[in-house]
Design a protein around this ligand. Structure first.
Ligand code: ADP
Length: 257
């Protein structure tokens, strides 16, 4: 896209030309972002579709025992589940960015809320041979939350902690409050995130190579969703990590005053 040459302009004409150029820059960069997004989505769709196609084609090549058909269908079903999750997450983010997700906030006791939503994940924690510690303060911490969305946040973070921590490890959920703010920390003793990758973990489709190996079914959208929801609550989410030692995600939310 061409830009207006402003060198020979002055006064109001120059201001208008500069404003137009800035607008053109913004359009170009949002177009670029959109093209990148489409390329990323196509890439994410290709892998499960290729796996599914291969598995079904091999199954159909010749007559096989029922057990092999069952295995092929089972593999295809895993990929279908992955694609379903991917499309649900994409739809959520697309609607969120278009301003079409409405949140319904209600005054809630965060301690009670956390103890309820962490309970759902106890079976997954036990299956992986991990320990879960939930540390809640005596006094209540009241915030305005959309409980379904905030549950999605805690679940996404805990599912990651479970996924990226080896058996025998520990996950620690801790709630505390300072005047005006509640803090939820979710720490694990897992594989950690290399320092150079930390600035990118909340970006759509970002996954470390180690995470790809540890969990090929992931899509790199979970943390983008976490950030979108926390932002919509006027809160903040941050990450700190050390490779081989573990990772901590910290959410801060405004307290009801
Ligand atoms: P997914 O888990 O589907 O890959 P996410 O958006 O939830 O996508 O996470 C993005 C990436 O951040 C992961 O692929 C992984 O590299 C890294 N990550 C997130 N949580 C953790 C964690 N608790 N421990 C180590 N790495 C993590």
């Amino acid at each position: 896209m061409k830009r207006i040459v402003t060198a020979d302009l002055s006064g109001e004409a120059r201001e208008i030309a500069e404003a137009l150029n800035a607008r053109l820059d913004a359009v170009a960069s949002s177009e670029k972002e959109q093209q990148q997004f489409i390329a990323d989505v196509s890439h994410e769709l290709r892998t499960p579709l290729t796996v599914m196609r291969g598995s079904l084609e091999v199954a159909l090549e010749e007559d096989r025992p029922a057990e092999e058909y069952r295995e092929a269908i089972g593999n295809a079903l895993l990929e279908v589940r992955h694609l379903t999750r991917l499309s649900q997450n994409l739809l959520f983010l697309a609607r969120g960015h278009a301003g079409r997700v409405t949140l319904s906030f209600a005054n809630a006791d965060l301690g009670k809320f956390i103890s309820e939503v962490t309970r759902d994940l106890l079976p997954a924690v036990a299956d992986k041979g991990l320990e879960l510690l939930v540390d809640l303060p005596e006094e209540s911490a009241r915030t305005f939350i959309d409980a379904d969305r905030m549950q999605q946040v805690i679940h996404n973070l805990l599912e990651n902690a479970i996924r990226y921590t080896n058996p025998g490890g520990r996950i620690h959920v801790r709630l505390s409050s300072t005047p005006g703010e509640a803090r939820i920390e979710i720490s694990d003793t897992g594989i950690g995130i290399p320092e150079q990758h930390l600035p990118f973990v909340f970006e759509r489709f970002f996954r470390t190579d180690r995470a790809r190996r540890a969990h090929p079914g992931g899509s790199g959208l979970g943390l983008s969703i976490v950030r979108w929801i926390v932002d919509a609550h006027k809160g903040k989410v941050e990450v700190s990590s050390r490779v081989g030692e573990g990772t901590t995600f910290t959410i801060t939310l405004p307290l009801v005053t």
